[in-house]
Ligand binder design. Structure first.
Ligand code: UDP
Length: 472
């Protein structure tokens, strides 16, 4: 490394959905801006999928990765502790290791970037006097809600979900009470207070990078930069640098890709609920029936059901559980659909699948990574939000961007029946309505490519960010 090369450390919080965009960000800074990148990754256990993913992602050793040893927090939580709270505790417990990791970096750091759950690292950045940035791995609308939450907490009494009117976020689209994030839904739960603290910590950083682009969320980004009510909460610069997504990497034999190679263009429906989303036993059965009734070809990434919430698989990856037995699917489903689709237990190469010409639709939980992977592949969606900010994403995709359809009632409120699933698949994959959705998604794909290419909005914003850290 030459002595003039800038060095930036990035901390990624637990969960592969957090790790992936951090790696992509690190990679982009290293390859496009010649910055030395060290990523400290907090994992939950040594068998977590993150470890395998890390090895493969960084084969070219473009960035340096320092895994923070896995942490046992079982004595600090109980069966009621929500995912959001667990993530905050995991990062809190990892702080001494992170501090020593940063202290041991002998090349001066020009910036420390943390992702959404890493904001408790603030005092460490201050102790070492390093400029500090947050990487908000999702969209600007959810960022505006984050920033404004401290005001909402003061101004609104009772639970947000009981409100009769949408929640006003200055300069931005209002938020329907039904779409409020899980972490804001119950003021008596610890996660509400952890979330509020996190939102406050956000406002103390020197800048916020966000995985969106100007053309996608023009109004909201403008409000974050200039709306007086929002600016009174935080005046830090906002850097929309997205959409950051992993590039396609088809290097090994993959059964799914081979199968897709043999299918007709845009004929396949891809179904996945992210890195840890789960459905109830009853819902999995309805979905299986719905897919079969639709008579449409599919690739379905399945995970064993959970009747304890939709996010229970996130931090509980178990290397012995490959999900391969599939006994939770209707008995004859696999034999009856053997020529119609592929059922893939636990994990598939999502970016490669979505980029494949045979894929024409995606039933998605609307995690932001999945959302931008779908948009940048030009694939329209059936929006099936489960938790976190996914209900907001689903509303944005269906009502604002016109690139998705969704069930009549939120899947978190009511079972989505097989007939409705069948009908949604028919609409997305066959009918005229699908045409305008497909046109819209095509435009967004192009707009994303323009934003990232030389001279585009996200390209320029990233250059501006690098210039600022160089001179700070
Ligand atoms: N992913 C994948 N294969 C799978 C499931 C997920 O490659 O079988 C990747 C997906 O491409 C995305 C990430 O895991 O990059 C999931 O992030 P997202 O924000 O969509 O959802 P989360 O898992 O955080 O809920």
């Amino acid at each position: 490394m030459d002595s003039t090369q800038l060095h930036v450390a990035i901390v990624s919080s637990p969960g592969i959905g957090h790790l992936i965009p951090v790696l992509v960000l690190g990679n982009r800074l290293a390859t496009h801006h010649n910055i030395k990148i060290t990523i400290l990754t907090i994992t939950t256990n040594s068998s977590s999928p993150e470890i395998e993913f890390l090895k493969k992602f960084n084969e070219k050793k473009t960035i340096q990765i320092i895994p923070v040893p896995s942490i046992d927090i079982s004595h600090l939580i109980d069966s009621n502790t929500k995912l959001f709270t667990q993530l905050r505790i995991l990062v809190r417990e990892a702080l001494p290791e992170i501090r020593s990791g940063i202290a041991s970096m002998n090349h001066r750091l020009v910036a420390l970037i943390v992702d959404i759950f890493g904001t408790q690292i603030l005092p460490i950045a201050e102790e070492f006097n390093i400029p500090k940035y947050v990487f908000h791995p999702t969209n600007a609308w959810s960022l505006a809600l984050f920033m404004y939450q401290q005001v909402l907490d003061q101004e609104i009494e009772g639970e947000y979900v009981d409100l009769k009117q949408p929640l006003e976020i200055p300069g931005c689209k209002a938020l329907r009470p039904d779409d409020v994030m899980d972490s804001m839904m119950d003021r008596s739960d610890q996660q509400y207070h952890e979330y509020l603290k996190l939102a406050l910590e956000y406002t103390c950083f020197d800048g916020i990078l966000t995985n969106t682009w100007e053309e996608l969320e023009e109004e909201t980004i403008k409000a974050l930069r200039s709306n007086e009510k929002l600016r009174s909460v935080s005046r830090c610069p906002i850097y929309p640098i997205g959409p950051l997504r992993r590039t396609v990497d088809i290097t090994e034999h993959d059964e799914v890709i081979h199968w897709l190679d043999k299918q007709n263009q845009k004929s396949i429906l891809y179904v996945s609920f992210g890195s840890g989303g789960t459905l109830s036993s009853e819902q999995i059965i309805e979905l299986a029936w719905g897919l079969e009734l639709s008579q449409h070809k599919f690739v379905w990434v399945v995970r064993p059901p959970s009747d304890n919430g939709t996010d229970s698989a996130y931090l509980n990856s178990n290397e012995n559980d490959t999900g391969g037995s599939l006994e939770y699917l209707p008995k004859v489903f696999l034999t009856r659909t053997k020529d119609m689709g592929l059922v893939v237990p636990m994990w598939a190469q999502q970016v490669e699948i979505l980029s494949h010409l045979s894929v024409g639709g995606f039933i998605s939980h609307c995690g932001w990574n999945s959302t931008i992977e779908s948009l940048t592949s030009g694939v329209p969606m059936i929006a099936w939000p489960l938790h976190a900010e996914q209900k907001m994403n689903s509303t944005m995709l269906t009502e604002e961007l016109g690139v998705a359809i969704r069930p009549m009632i939120l899947p978190t409120k009511k079972l989505v029946k097989r007939e409705e699933i069948q009908e949604m698949v028919r609409i997305l994959m066959h009918t005229k309505e699908e045409k305008s959705i497909r046109e819209n998604v095509k435009k967004l794909k192009l707009s994303a490519e323009n934003a990232l290419s030389e001279g585009g909005s996200s390209y320029n914003t990233m250059c501006e960010f690098v210039k600022n850290i160089r001179t700070s």
